[in-house]
Design a protein around this ligand. Structure first.
Ligand SMILES: Nc1ncnc2c1ncn2[C@@H]1O[C@H](COP(=O)(O)OP(=O)(O)O)[C@@H](O)[C@H]1O
Ligand SMILES: [Mg+2]
Length: 306
């Protein structure tokens, strides 16, 4: 798959002296949904704003579809659409005028058919003559997307599209984003909701304290990190693992009152049935059995812990 955005050795030090981005290297593939996941203050907005030309990089290079965001500013600006974290619109303007005007700002010729199609796609067509102040929160968010799409960008950035949005609206937003992907737009969204990255993304990048610490296909990431444990509470503490069981990768808890078997929950044959049979032949008895799954939430917390 071809690359539509590449970031090379990007650093950002704010005027305060605070370094918000540390040597970022990242490639985004054409047509994918990439979720940039990280806790508050990680640098997500700074990174997006640097790509969109709102924040000046301290050094490094950003290329969008072959164009340098600094030397070829006009070209990259028209390739990019941004839905910023803070929503701002003119409350007394109509939906239609807002989106149409936004297109004009990019120097594009008017295209009422395209604006109509965009508003329909975002379920805003019947609100086209409404003033913005009469829209619900969800409609306002969709309007921001329509505005960002007005000049037909190839790459759309959504900075925390569902922060503070209720569950239904969030699902609605996810639906809209999937729909956009189907129209061929590359989508980069930031979120601090793990669930959102899990639900939406083809690939996930985890950013923490200005550094990208992981980029991985979502399914690979979940597989790699989606380990499960079978925990067996022993009747009597054991000194060591009995010889017939050494072929199993078993571990003790520190008190040696539990045997722990770690397995890949995504595999059909996880070995549990055979292990239990072997334990039984070895004459081992247990008080209790339970399982423990490292959730993505735990993994995330582990990765970004201070
Ligand atoms: N204009 C600025 N001047 C100095 N520091 C800033 C500025 N903007 C953001 N920061 C700091 O940079 C860090 C990253 O911020 P931001 O990119 O907004 O994070 P995120 O979007 O992941 O929550 C934070 O510590 C924030 O306080
Ligand atoms: Mg932010």
């Amino acid at each position: 798959m071809s690359t539509i955005l590449s970031i090379h050795n990007l650093n950002k030090v704010y005027a305060s002296g605070f370094q918000a981005l540390k040597n970022i290297n990242l490639k985004i593939r054409k047509g994918e949904i990439f979720a940039l996941l990280g806790p508050n203050g990680a640098g997500k907005t700074t990174l997006i704003n640097a790509i969109c030309g709102i924040v000046n990089p301290s050094d490094g290079k950003i290329i969008v579809d072959g164009f340098d965001i600094i030397n070829d500013f006009r070209a990259t600006r028209s390739l990019i659409g941004l839905v910023p974290q803070e929503l701002s619109t003119d409350a007394f303007e109509t939906v239609w005028n807002t989106v149409n005007f936004s297109r004009g700002l990019f120097g594009k010729a008017p295209n009422p058919a395209f604006i109509e199609q965009t508003l329909k796609q975002l379920s805003l067509w019947d609100k086209k003559n409404n003033t913005i102040r009469t829209l619900s929160g969800g409609m306002k968010r969709r309007l921001m997307i329509a505005k960002a799409l007005s000049h037909e960008p190839r790459v759309l950035f959504l900075d925390e599209p569902t922060a503070g949005v209720d569950v239904n609206l969030r699902k609605d937003m996810w639906e809209q984003v999937r729909h956009l992907k189907n129209t061929g737009v590359t989508i980069i969204l930031t979120t601090h909701y793990l669930e959102e990255a899990e639900e939406m993304a083809d690939r996930i990048g985890i950013i923490n304290k200005g550094e990208i610490i992981v980029t991985e296909n979502k399914t690979d990431l979940m597989k790699k990190l989606g380990r499960k444990q079978l925990i067996l509470d022993l009747k009597d503490p054991l000194g060591e693992i009995p010889a017939p069981l050494t072929k199993w990768a078993l571990a003790f808890n520190p008190e040696k009152t539990q045997l722990i078997y770690t397995y890949d929950s995504t595999k059909d044959d996880n070995g549990i049935a055979q292990l239990l049979a072997d334990l039984s032949s070895a004459g081992m008895t247990f008080k209790d059995i339970h399982t423990n799954q490292s959730s993505l939430e735990e993994i995330f917390i582990q990765l970004v812990k201070p």
